[in-house]
Design a protein around this ligand. Structure first.
Ligand code: ADP
Length: 241
């Protein structure tokens, strides 16, 4: 009996050790990519060899975009560690949710354009204000819209907001690769990625949706994902007034 338990415990520890090592490898990879861009382009600019104003601007934009990506990744890691140690507190403020979504969209438009994707916004104009943690909610929209862009090859992304009974509902719909139904329940798990080889190419730590779900639930809200393979996915957030 005891021998058996020790063996199971050993296997579990081995499992955690493996996933921790994999996690560290993923995180290093994720950090290295934007850092390489930032270092590379800032080196070129610092040497003063780029006289063309358009090129200078392009390089600065790349640096800026990669720095934002780093910020959001580090935020995910930070949020995750706070969730783990039970130090997750909200700093709520009354806000117009449409404005917050629009702020995130404008940050991600360059990434969408690069892939030839259109982001369509369909917001209910007279949505009542709600009380949310601004930074965290921004992170939620960033993670979801970034995923929509990442996992869509062509077509468009539609973002809707509307009021239904006493819920503000936000939908992020893409026309992307979709998620197989047997995988759908697992996407909320920490580090979970549907297809390791597929997501390797697109990058990703498997942390995004885990953090999203924790943030939404800490606001006493709900989030559901629905998806059809090769057709697209929709993530729907319910926030109580
Ligand atoms: P990642 O950093 O890998 O994107 P997430 O936690 O955000 O991690 O997502 C977990 C997995 O769920 C992803 O690796 C991807 O396989 C799948 N996924 C998330 N969003 C979408 C989407 N909009 N379309 C298709 N697959 C998605």
């Amino acid at each position: 009996q005891l021998g058996n338990s020790i063996q199971i415990l050993g296997e579990q520890l081995q499992y955690f050790e493996n996933s921790r090592n994999e996690f560290l490898a993923d995180v290093s990879h994720e950090l290295r990519t934007p850092l390489t861009y930032i270092k590379g382009y800032s080196d070129i600019l610092a040497k003063g060899k780029v006289s063309n104003k358009v090129d200078q601007e392009n390089y600065l934009n790349i640096i800026n975009k990669e720095a934002s990506r780093l910020t959001f990744l580090v935020n995910d890691l930070f949020e995750m560690s706070k969730i783990e140690v039970g130090k997750f507190e909200l700093n709520k403020e009354i806000t117009m949710i449409n404005e917050l979504i629009e702020k995130v969209v404008s940050n991600l438009i360059p990434a969408a354009r690069k892939k030839g994707l259109d982001i369509k916004a369909d917001y209910q104009a007279d949505l009542p204000e709600i009380s949310v943690d601004l930074e965290r909610m921004e992170q939620v929209f960033y993670n979801l819209i970034e995923n929509a862009i990442k996992y869509t090859i062509n077509g468009q992304i539609t973002i809707r907001s509307y009021l239904k009974s006493d819920f503000v509902i936000i939908e992020i719909q893409d026309s992307g690769i979709g998620i197989p139904s047997e995988e759908l329940p697992k996407i909320w798990e920490r580090f979970y990625r549907v297809d390791q080889s597929r997501t390797r190419k697109t990058g990703g730590t498997g942390l995004g949706l885990y953090v999203v779900k924790q943030i939404i639930e800490s606001h006493h809200g709900n989030i559901i994902g629905s998806s059809t393979e090769n057709e697209g996915s929709t993530f729907t957030i319910f926030l109580k007034l």
